[in-house]
Design a protein around this ligand. Structure first.
Ligand code: ATP
Ligand code: MG
Length: 267
């Protein structure tokens, strides 16, 4: 089961990924978090890891190599974008060199790559790598993959959703966030990925949550659950620390219940 969490910049994707990972792990699931956001580098801290794992991009020879492979692929018309380790038809995280994943308890983190320098070029190679990795990634029956997507909808254009089972969009209280959710619903259906619905995040009243639910309903988007604005989460976010809020964890638990009740997780 591979779930992707997407949404507008700053809507709370990484926070939601972390809360879901914490809750799934608590219930005995193994969780593989895939950091597919090339801009932000704080996810490992939210998940409680001191250091990020080495990016997959380094494993496959860096961005230039991916770009070269892409050119060869497009030049020859053959799909040769299966890069080094990823050239195998199937990939398991345990097959990766240890420095390329972080692991604690039942949670593992893999990161695709980050933009570090000015004029480094576009992020397409990382999109290709994320797509190939997720396509070839094989998971155990008691394992759930949660992907932290880059902000916006470009990942759909890069085909990352082709092997995602369930797309969830995080929505905060803004018109842009709602509009983006509508686009995500459409693009997920175009990509033949099952669109689960929205997680409403950072709202500070039930009235606002209900209003957002109505707005989403008008866009034919179901609400999977709501995570209210919690001061502890905001403070942890500012400090670059793991979110720790009992109320938020209960809200995340209700969301996990809803996801598991869909019966698509195989357990
Ligand atoms: N439910 C919440 N209550 C309070 N603060 C929150 C909540 N969810 C997220 N935040 C805060 O909002 C900010 C943005 O959250 P987060 O980094 O998870 O968003 P994001 O969508 O991953 O952002 P980006 O697009 O930059 O990757 C952070 O400071 C985080 O701590
Ligand atoms: Mg983020």
């Amino acid at each position: 089961m591979k779930i992707s969490i997407c949404g507008k910049g700053g809507s709370g994707k990484s926070t939601v990924v972390t809360l879901l990972a914490q809750e799934l792990s608590r219930r005995g699931w193994r969780v593989l978090v895939v950091d597919s956001d090339e801009s932000n580098s704080g996810l490992h801290r939210l998940l409680g890891f001191e250091q990020p794992p080495r990016p997959l991009l380094e494993l496959v020879g860096g961005k230039k190599n991916v770009q070269r492979e892409l050119r060869t692929k497009f030049g020859s018309g053959e799909d040769r974008s299966g890069l080094s380790v990823l050239a195998r038809p199937e990939v398991r995280v345990a097959d990766l060199p240890a420095e390329h994943f972080a692991e604690r308890d039942r949670t593992r983190l893999v990161t695709v790559g980050k933009i570090h320098q000015a004029l480094e070029g576009c992020a397409c190679p990382m999109g290709v790598l994320a797509r190939e990795f997720l396509k070839k990634l094989r998971t155990a029956d008691d394992e759930i993959v949660v992907v932290d997507m880059e902000a916006g909808i470009e990942h759909f254009g890069r085909g990352i959703e082709t092997s995602i089972d369930a797309v969830i969009v995080v929505v905060e209280a803004s018109f842009e966030s709602l509009e983006l959710a509508g686009k995500v619903r459409q693009l997920a259906s175009d990509a033949s990925a099952s669109f689960i619905g929205a997680i409403v995040n950072k709202v500070d009243s039930q009235e606002l949550a209900s209003r957002l639910a109505r707005e989403l309903q008008a866009r034919e988007i179901a609400v999977v659950g709501t995570i209210y604005h919690h001061e502890e989460i905001a403070a942890a976010g500012l400090a670059g620390e793991a979110p720790s809020s009992e109320a938020a964890q209960q809200e995340a638990a209700a969301i996990v219940d809803a996801l598991l009740a869909r019966g698509s997780t195989g357990r």
